[in-house]
Design a protein around this ligand. Structure first.
Ligand code: C5P
Length: 226
C-alpha cells in the first residue's frame, strides 16, 4: 500500500502538560510527559505529514514540523486556534489544566502569617472551541482528542467524543497496568464519531500513534480527498 498516506497533509499537534503560574517561580502542573504526543509527531512525519507542534516540553526536532513552545492553557489556546485554518488535522494530545490561577502574583509570594488562598478559574476547552471554530468557519480539519479515564473508560470516552464534537478519540484507562503517564506503552480504544471502535492492547506508544494516524487518514481521505 501507500507508505506515505499523510503526504500533502498538514497536522497541528499539541503535547505535554500545561503549567499555570501561581507567581513568577511557581506553577500548577500535571504528570503528562508528552511521550505519546512526541510518538505521534514522529510517526506522522514518517507517514509524510508536515505541520506545527504546540508543546510545553522540549523534544528533538522532527523533519517537517515547526515547534512552538508554550506554558499555559491560554497560550496553547491562542496558538492552536491561530494555526487551525491551514491544518488538515488537529490532534490534542496535551494534558490541559481545567483551571488556572485567577490572579497570578507578579512577584514571588513570601511566606507569611497565614497560608495564601489561591483562587482558580476555568480554562477554555481548546478542543471543544477548535471543533466549533472549524464548524462555524467551514474549515477542512479533522479533530482528534484524548481521554484518560479511571472508570467506565468506553462510556466516558463516547460521551466526550460527542460533547466536544470531534471526529476521533483515543481512550486510555490509566488504571490498566503499563498504561498512561510517563510509561512507554499504552492500552487504548480508538473511537470514531461514526461509531467505529478499535481496541489496541498494551503496545508501544509508537504503535498506538501509527494506528491513530491511520484512522485519521481514513477520515481525511473520506471527508477531504486530496
Ligand atoms: O475533558 P478532558 O480533559 O478529559 O478531555 C481531554 C481532551 O480534551 C484532550 O484531548 C485534551 O487535550 C483536550 N482538552 C482541551 N482543553 C481543555 C481540556 C482538555 O483541549 N481545557
Amino acid at each position: 500500500g501507500d507508505s506515505q498516506p499523510l503526504k500533502g497533509r498538514r497536522l497541528l499537534i499539541s503535547l505535554g502538560g500545561t503549567r499555570e503560574a501561581i507567581d513568577p517561580v511557581r506553577f500548577i502542573g500535571n504528570r503528562s510527559s508528552g511521550k505519546q504526543g512526541i510518538a505521534i509527531v514522529t510517526e506522522a512525519a514518517l507517514l509524510g505529514a508536515v505541520g506545527v507542534v504546540v508543546s510545553t516540553v522540549d523534544f528533538a526536532r522532527v523533519d517537517g514540523f515547526e515547534t512552538i513552545r508554550v506554558e499555559s492553557a491560554l497560550e496553547m489556546h491562542q496558538e492552536i486556534l491561530s494555526h487551525l485554518p491551514e491544518s488538515d488535522g488537529l490532534i490534542m494530545c496535551a494534558a490541559v489544566a481545567d483551571y488556572r490561577v485567577k490572579n497570578p502574583a507578579s512577584i514571588k509570594i513570601k511566606k507569611g502569617a497565614s497560608a495564601p488562598q489561591i483562587e482558580l478559574i476555568e480554562n477554555p476547552d481548546i478542543l471543544a472551541d477548535s471543533s466549533s471554530y472549524i464548524k462555524s468557519n467551514d474549515l477542512k480539519c479533522v479533530t482528534v482528542g484524548f481521554a484518560a479515564e479511571t472508570n467506565d473508560a468506553l462510556l466516558n470516552g463516547k460521551k466526550k467524543l460527542s460533547k466536544k464534537g470531534i471526529d476521533l478519540i483515543v481512550v486510555n484507562d490509566v488504571t490498566e497496568d503499563g498504561s498512561g503517564f510517563g510509561s512507554d506503552s499504552n492500552a487504548v480504544w480508538i473511537l470514531g464519531s461514526e461509531g467505529s471502535s478499535e481496541r489496541i492492547d498494551l503496545a508501544k506508544k509508537s504503535k498506538i500513534a501509527k494506528s491513530l494516524l491511520l484512522s485519521l487518514v481514513k477520515i481525511l481521505d473520506l471527508k477531504f480527498p486530496l
